[in-house]
Design a protein. Structure first.
Length: 75
């Protein structure tokens, strides 16, 4: 089961697991990643949240683990 989490909760998980807010270079395709990639560039959490809202996305977390996924906001 997946539950919707806030950006603040995501930031706490990011700190715990050393994750980064990022986007595909030159695009508004966002991701949360751990390892560097030539395809992605790091962005601020504020910019990440702005793009999430614009694209109507939300962060969901598994209830039994810290697995996270960006998905369309189910509201």
């Amino acid at each position: 089961m997946m539950i919707k989490i806030t950006i603040e909760q995501m930031k706490a998980l990011a700190k715990k697991y050393k994750l980064h807010a990022s986007r595909v270079k030159g695009e508004e395709v966002i991701a949360i990643r751990k390892h560097p990639s030539d395809r992605f560039e790091d962005i601020s959490w504020e910019e990440f949240e702005k793009i999430m809202k614009k694209r109507k996305l939300a962060i969901y977390k598994a209830t039994e683990s810290d697995f996270i996924k960006l998905m369309k906001d189910k509201k």
